[in-house]
Design a protein around this ligand. Structure first.
Ligand code: NDP
Length: 359
């Protein structure tokens, strides 16, 4: 049985004499630091000298270089982006952690796929909010809370579970609930949502949009109908609030009958075999290996360039202008330079496929 924890499972008083450092005052860092401080805990920030440092100072936190903050702390939250975590951890954090201290991650990625090896005389734990940083803060302030996946990789002190639950309560997630998983499970679920579900959903959405535009409906009306109205995001919210199927009661009988009776025609869409294949690559660490290669960062730049050249981007830009909506520069990603293309020459055929796919 999976373990789910609630408010009464966390005891904040365990943390009263501890110094907690938040390393990286970004999306999650700022939200979690503010929530922990509002809970009455002693929070300091470790950050490089950049605009985030200024924001932390304006928010009234003591801010130190990363090494100094780690040296002062009993509990260290590592809230820098996953893809740059390894070198920073190895150069500035690992050797400066106190014996018996706690190291907290907000994502299972680096530990779950063995990219980072922490010293064995500390506790290593996970509190991964299922919520963007702004939501972590807003839902703390309005009392609605948010779900998290939590985990323990290393329990050197023998008290990791109690400390983890106290921290989870301090961040504000236990009011809603925290689900115990391994680091690897958390990372795999997250990657699968991004790779197994996201692109399939995107293809379905785009197919619907092009079907309607090709049939002659005005693009402005099509995009409003399909997503710009925000109606779909309300439907998603209602799925969470009252249930995936129960929420159909918010729609008209005509809508309900139409959706239920036509759905059967899509039953043979070959989604699951591809999803299983993608999940297996994630579980086997193939994706992690691919993403950690230098060449993949260049491949990403090229693919992103092709993606932003898609027809839908031109259509959307025009529609947004006509509907007096804000325009964003996402439509103009940098093209790879000739030098970069030369480095990619071994995968020219693969890149061609991406170019055609996004055309
Ligand atoms: P951000 O992109 O907001 O960055 C966090 C901080 O890291 C910033 O202060 C940033 O400063 C700093 N940083 C970036 N590069 C460096 C560097 N080379 N050296 C030192 N500091 C650096 O990160 P997130 O808050 O999005 O992610 C933090 C963790 O939270 C990750 O593990 C992520 O997986 C997890 N998470 C994120 C969620 C989200 O919604 N964003 C949801 C749940 C978990 P600067 O950019 O100025 O360098």
């Amino acid at each position: 049985m999976v373990e789910v924890f609630h408010e009464s499972d966390g005891n904040i008083s365990l943390l009263k004499s501890k110094i907690i450092s938040i390393i990286g005052y970004g999306n999650q860092g700022r939200a979690q630091a503010l929530n922990l401080r509002d809970t009455g805990l002693n929070v300091i920030i470790g950050n490089i000298d950049d605009r985030y440092k200024k924001i932390a100072e304006e928010d009234g936190f003591p801010v130190y270089p990363i090494i100094e903050a780690v040296l002062k702390s009993d509990i260290v939250f590592l809230l820098i982006p996953d893809e740059i975590m390894k070198p920073i951890f190895e150069e500035e954090i690992s050797n400066n952690l106190k014996v018996n201290s706690s190291l907290v991650f907000a994502s299972g990625y680096n530990i779950g796929f063995n990219l980072i090896s922490p010293p064995n005389n500390i506790d290593v734990m996970l509190i991964a909010p299922r919520m963007i940083g702004v939501g972590v803060r807003e839902n703390f302030l309005n009392g609605n809370s948010f779900f998290s996946f939590i985990g323990i990789e290393q329990n050197y002190t023998g008290n990791a579970r109690e400390i983890l639950l106290a921290l989870a309560k301090g961040i504000g997630t236990l009011k809603k609930g925290a689900i115990m998983l391994s680091f690897k499970q958390e990372a795999e679920l997250d990657l699968f949502n991004e790779q197994g579900f996201g692109p399939a959903f995107g293809r379905v959405l785009l197919s619907a949009i092009y079907t309607l535009i090709e049939a002659g409906y005005p693009p402005e009306a099509v995009l409003v109908e399909m997503y710009i109205s925000n109606e779909m995001s309300y439907t998603y919210k209602k799925m969470a609030d009252i249930g995936l199927i129960k929420q159909v009661d918010f729609h008209s009988k005509t809508s309900q009958y139409g959706a239920m009776s036509k759905g059967i025609r899509y039953r043979k869409l070959p989604l699951k075999p591809t999803m299983k294949e993608i999940l297996k690559e994630i579980q086997d660490g193939e994706f992690t290996k691919e993403w950690s290669k230098k060449l993949t960062k260049l491949k990403f730049k090229a693919i992103k360039f092709f993606a932003t050249k898609q027809k839908i981007n031109k259509i959307e830009r025009e529609v947004r202008k006509n509907l007096n909506l804000n325009l964003y520069d996402i439509y103009d990603a940098d093209s790879p330079t000739n030098e970069e293309l030369a480095k990619l020459k071994n995968i020219t055929d693969e890149l061609k496929l991406f170019e055609q796919y996004y055309e």
